[in-house]
Design a protein around this ligand. Structure first.
Ligand code: C2O
Ligand code: CU
Ligand code: CU
Length: 510
């Protein structure tokens, strides 16, 4: 961690200790109390950081020739450290948020799009009126103000629009950005930071001959598998290249694609060291020959480029797999190792332990809530026979504040009246919290798509999205803390989601 970040942390601490006693007192009681007492949905007093985030149409030079029409988030720091937002050079992607745990954040989202929109802070534990539910979408010309305290652990989170039925096309046109959270536990580890902490946002896109984005989700194939592109963009750029020192780096891989599932590996066969998932750092680093990254998932890697000779060019590739459109090997990005002095930084053997969530304490440990993922008669993806309805909450979608629960997602091949052969992978996402993955069970078919991806799953750690393969049942464990209200759970294949493979769940006061 750089000196600069430490200074910033001290600065925040100074604000909290020095001035706003009331706010800091409330923050401590919200975090420490084991009770289910609800903290105020809006913090008291002034925010520490205030940001204006505009969504609007624009153009971006992605390829030589005609610039591409895109939609983008543009940000401005109104109050707080100026590096609370960092822009990615030459990218249509939104600015990267960089905040500390405990920050009181106010965001003015200004919709300058020709249609409704709303922003969702993916992975964050926020009050329901700050979660970007589609019922809160605002028209073009309108503004929505978010007030929330950043309560999550250090990690790689992200943000994107969430209007009903239009999330897929809005993200596809460019509306997405990273949201990085830092905290003291992370800082104490001195992980590679600043120019050694690299975002790698992976997206696939389809372009026409005039460099314009093509979004064609209609038709049988797209309905089944979602929108797949034939060009890979990293941080908004094709044929992405980086130059690296002979040193350790933190690579924050994030799958920002609408539907594509990646099987990622180095082309020189070196294994990957995984240090984090959606909900921040693991308890200890893990090694994988490849990692499977489904839409919306994030994986942080530790990569010591100094273990290779100067001048070496390595590529991160997508290995062939049974994922839709994943039959071929193709490059994701390349890294050239510069001729710099070897800097040896050792990877900590253990990271801060996770606060335990005990499955035995779950109110439904013997009888998990089941969610059957299937295609209905009308060729529409469903959850337990239902599609999305703006405010509808079924009886089996109500949970109680403070409860720990086990949920089971069942990707049933046989469901949908003999259309079992049409089963597709579903990256299932739950809003407003991070969960643990308890177990996976696959049916006896145990087929090639599953076999080709399973060794890349990183089920350890905290997650907000889990890939459920055809024929698979996955059990997750979570707690509904602090906030009551309406949240979403859905498939993060954005075409499946827009088609209605999404439902509300409601957290009800005890
Ligand atoms: Cu990133 Cu409701 O999703
Ligand atoms: Cu989300
Ligand atoms: Cu799906």
């Amino acid at each position: 961690m750089s000196k600069f970040m430490i200074n910033r942390r001290q600065f925040l601490r100074f604000i909290v200790y020095g001035g706003v006693y009331l706010a800091s007192h409330q923050f401590l009681s919200a975090c420490n109390s084991l009770s289910t007492e609800q903290p105020p949905t809006e913090f008291q007093g002034d925010p520490d950081v205030e940001i204006r985030l505009v969504a609007k149409p624009g153009v971006q030079q992605i390829f030589p020739g005609t610039p591409t029409d895109i939609w983008r988030f543009q940000g401005e720091v109104l109050k707080g450290p100026s590096d609370s937002l960092m822009s990615l050079p030459d990218s249509y992607l939104g600015p990267i948020f960089q905040v500390e745990t405990g920050t009181n954040l106010r965001i003015h989202f200004v919709n300058e799009l020709p249609e409704k929109s709303i922003v969702h802070w993916h992975g964050l534990h926020v009050p329901d009126d700050a979660d970007g539910h589609p019922r809160l979408a605002v028209e073009g010309g309108e503004t929505y103000v978010y007030n929330f305290r950043v309560m999550d652990r250090a990690g790689t989170y992200w943000y994107h629009p969430h209007p009903h039925g239009r999330t897929g096309p809005q993200v596809y046109r460019g509306l997405a950005g990273l949201f990085l959270i830092h905290d003291d536990q992370e800082a104490a580890l001195s992980l590679p930071a600043n120019d050694k902490d690299l975002p790698i946002v992976i997206q696939d896109r389809l372009f026409n001959g005039d460099n314009q984005l093509v979004y064609s989700p209609s038709g049988m194939m797209s309905q089944m598998v979602g929108m797949l592109g034939d060009k890979i963009l990293v941080n908004g750029l094709p044929e992405y290249k980086i130059e690296v020192d002979r040193s350790a780096y933190r690579l924050r891989l994030m799958n920002g694609s609408n539907a594509r599932i990646y099987k990622l590996a180095w082309d020189d066969g070196k294994s990957l060291k995984v240090i984090g998932t959606e909900g921040g750092l693991l308890e200890r680093p893990l090694e994988r020959n490849y990692v499977t990254l489904a839409p919306a998932q994030r994986i942080d890697l530790w990569e010591d480029f100094g273990e290779r000779e100067p001048g070496t060019v390595i590529r991160m590739v997508n290995l062939p797999s049974g994922a839709p459109g994943g039959g071929q090997e193709f490059p994701i990005f390349s890294a050239t190792i510069r001729n710099t002095e070897r800097e040896v930084l050792s990877l900590p053997e253990a990271f801060p332990p996770h606060k335990e969530l005990d499955a035995a304490q779950a109110v439904n440990v013997n009888e998990p809530r089941d969610f059957i993922l299937h295609m209905g008669m009308g060729m529409q993806w469903m959850i337990n026979g239902r599609v999305f309805d703006m405010t509808d909450v079924a009886r089996d979608e109500k949970v109680r504040l403070g409860d720990i629960e086990v949920w089971e997602f069942i990707n049933q091949r046989g469901a949908g009246m003999g259309m079992g052969g049409m089963a597709q992978p579903h990256p299932m996402h739950v809003h407003g919290l991070q969960f643990k993955i308890l177990e996976r069970q696959v049916d006896s078919r145990n087929d090639e798509p599953y076999q080709s991806l399973k060794n890349g799953f990183v089920d350890e750690g905290w997650h907000d999205t889990v890939l459920v393969m055809p024929g698979e049942r996955v059990r997750i464990l979570m707690q509904f803390k602090n906030f009551t209200g309406l949240y979403l759970y859905h498939c993060h294949n954005l075409e499946h989601e827009d088609m209605g493979m999404m439902r509300n769940y409601q957290v009800i006061a005890r």
